[in-house]
Design a binder for this molecule. Structure first.
Ligand code: GSH
Length: 203
């Protein structure tokens, strides 16, 4: 398998944590890709022009991160990260969507912050920050569904979202007023898969 990869993308991190947790990382060749490069050939694999995109051994290109993670989970025979059916499945998919939504809003803030000052919209950034704050509160209130039990894609998505907030800091002090989430993340981020994928800016 080949993964269109960027070292700072939190969505790519989700995929890599999933690959490490399922033992499939050795079967994935990473293709370094800058989705923002106007010359990139990424759209031939993913017309949306985003990483991650995974080319399977059968030649199919899969995107986006929830689809790729579920594909990897289907390729492995260990404990499943995606419950197959029932309430457990909807609960995990909903929490994954919540964590991915935090990422979408956080990435939107970061991208807006890179535009020339005079083009940046304070209202747009405030809207994204509010979405992050509300979604963090929702994660804090859902902590019983994240904490303990078998590893799920909801935990991986939440861990990568919180890691991205620490990395790019689109909001101040996300831990403040969310002690359960902060404690959960402190433990979760010690997993070898999380430690091996800590984002770093290229030097
Ligand atoms: N929903 C997608 C989001 C992927 C995404 O936004 N990737 C960013 C990098 S962090 C990207 O490639 N952005 C390029 C662009 O927006 O043109 C997923 O879960 O994979």
């Amino acid at each position: 398998m080949q993964l269109r990869y960027s070292p700072t993308s939190p969505y790519v991190r989700k995929v890599m944590v999933t690959a490490l947790e399922t033992g499939l990382d050795k079967k994935i060749e990473k293709i370094s890709t800058n989705p923002w490069d106007p010359e990139t050939d990424l759209p031939k694999d993913n017309p949306i022009g985003k990483v991650p995109a995974l080319k399977t051994d059968g030649g199919e290109v899969l995107f986006d991160s929830p689809v790729i993670c579920e594909y990897l989970d289907a390729q492995q025979s260990g404990d499943k990260l995606f419950p197959a059916s029932g309430d457990a499945r909807w609960s995990v998919l909903k929490l994954q969507a919540l964590a991915d939504g935090i990422l979408d809003a956080a990435v939107a803030c970061v991208v807006e912050g890179k535009r020339p000052k005079e083009l940046q919209s304070k209202d747009w950034i405030a809207r994204q920050k509010n979405a992050i704050e509300r979604s963090l509160d929702a994660l804090e209130h859902s902590i019983s569904k994240l904490d303990g039990g078998q590893l799920t894609i909801a935990q991986i998505a939440a861990g990568c979202a919180l890691g991205y907030l620490d990395f790019r800091k689109p909001v101040d002090a996300w831990r403040k007023g969310r002690p359960k989430l902060a404690k959960w993340y402190e433990e979760f981020s010690k997993r070898p898969s999380m430690q091996a994928t800590v984002p770093k800016d290229p030097v």
